[in-house]
Design a protein around this ligand. Structure first.
Ligand code: CP
Ligand code: NVA
Length: 347
């Protein structure tokens, strides 16, 4: 399936009209989610609006994906992504199948094109966790059913959606105008967060060591969106400057899956970027601490911050389940219960 980018407009879920939601519902049905950049700002807001509804009233969606089949092919380890997709599907009346590809990279035994031509005849959605982002975009190109990126070397869009759902909960329903800071490796998670921050009108600062900045092409994509939504996308190398006045401080591991051979080299480079109480003291006093997990305790974040009162890491983990259920409902074109949407403009 191909994706279509609609001209960006700024929306927060609380401001999304029933018509805008209905338009997004129509435009998302049958689509892929390879990158956050595949979404218009309205579509991103609609996914989050539905995720809040799903969380508030899960019973209303109990059979919305009745008999739908989802297959997950994962080349990398996972706790949260696998289980939250499975729970989302199982609690909506559908079924989830997991295929461990950690010992056999996708495309090795059979071409991605031939795989797609088989799988699309049995299932309604394909979820992929891969080393190469190209594996995901290629599968999306061939498969006639939606393909969802559950993490690649380039992006982790489902994570970013759950994270900004968490930000909206924390900041009165909207991320617009907040200062969102990410410190650490300019990796897949940073890419998706930066793009979604721009779409939702949050100011995003990324603090990384030299040579570990986000990819220039993603920064350019984010800035193009930010020009329309009014957010600022800033890259710095000084971790203190990055977190100064931040409402949110986010970090991830210094060494992502697939880069393990660089772990020894990276450890000293990322040491000044550790999120500890001293660094958090430069942020707003009530600044939230966020991490996609799994965390390496006392490496990129200290126990004191991770377990501290402003840490929302387990809310993020919970919201993976709600946001992915919303995503599945929209991409699979599920018939949604009317009642929860009668007052969507007043979310
Ligand atoms: N955050 C995240 O994607 O976790 P898993 O790697 O456990 O799926
Ligand atoms: N950046 C990390 C995220 C894990 C959820 C990785 O790709 O390994």
């Amino acid at each position: 399936m191909t994706n279509q980018l609609i001209e960006p407009q700024v929306h927060t879920p609380g401001e999304l009209s029933a018509k805008a939601f209905a338009d997004a519902q129509e435009s998302l049905a049958g689509r892929d989610l390879c990158s956050i950049a595949d979404l218009s700002t309205t579509e991103a807001a609609a996914i989050l609006a539905l995720a809040h509804k799903v969380k508030a009233n899960p019973a209303a969606f109990r059979y919305a994906l009745d008999a739908k089949q989802m297959v997950m092919f994962f080349e990398k380890a996972s706790l949260r992504t696998r289980l939250t997709f499975e729970v989302a599907m199982n609690t909506s009346g559908g079924d989830a199948m997991f295929v461990d590809q950690t010992q056999s990279p996708l495309g090795e035994r059979e071409s991605l094109a031939d795989m797609s031509r088989n799988v699309e005849r049995w299932v309604q959605v394909i979820v992929l966790r891969t080393y190469s982002h190209d594996t995901i975009t290629e599968m999306a190109q061939y498969a006639t059913c939606p393909v969802i990126n559950a993490l690649s070397d380039h992006e982790h869009p489902c994570q970013a959606l759950a994270d900004f759902m968490t930000v909206e909960e924390r900041f009165g329903g909207s991320a617009r105008g907040i200062q969102f800071t990410y410190v650490g490796d300019g990796n897949n998670v940073a890419h998706s967060l930066m793009l979604l921050a721009a779409q939702l009108g949050a100011h995003c600062t990324i603090g990384t060591p030299k040579n570990y900045a986000p990819k220039a092409e993603v920064v350019a994509q984010a800035r193009a969106i930010a020009n329309i939504t009014g957010s600022n996308i800033t890259l710095v190398q000084d971790p203190v400057a990055a977190v100064a006045g931040a409402n949110v401080v986010y970090t991830d591991v210094c060494t992502s899956m697939g880069f393990e051979h660089e772990a020894t080299k990276r450890a000293p480079i990322f040491k000044p970027y550790q999120v500890n109480e001293e660094l958090m003291a430069h942020a707003q006093p009530d600044a939230a601490f966020m991490h996609c997990l799994p965390a390496h305790r006392n490496a990129e974040v200290t126990d004191a911050v991770f377990d501290g009162p402003n840490s929302v890491v387990f809310e993020q983990a919970e919201n993976r389940m709600h946001v992915q259920k919303a995503l599945l409902l929209l991409l699979l074109g599920a018939k949604l219960p009317a009642t929860p949407f009668a007052h969507i403009a007043a979310i």
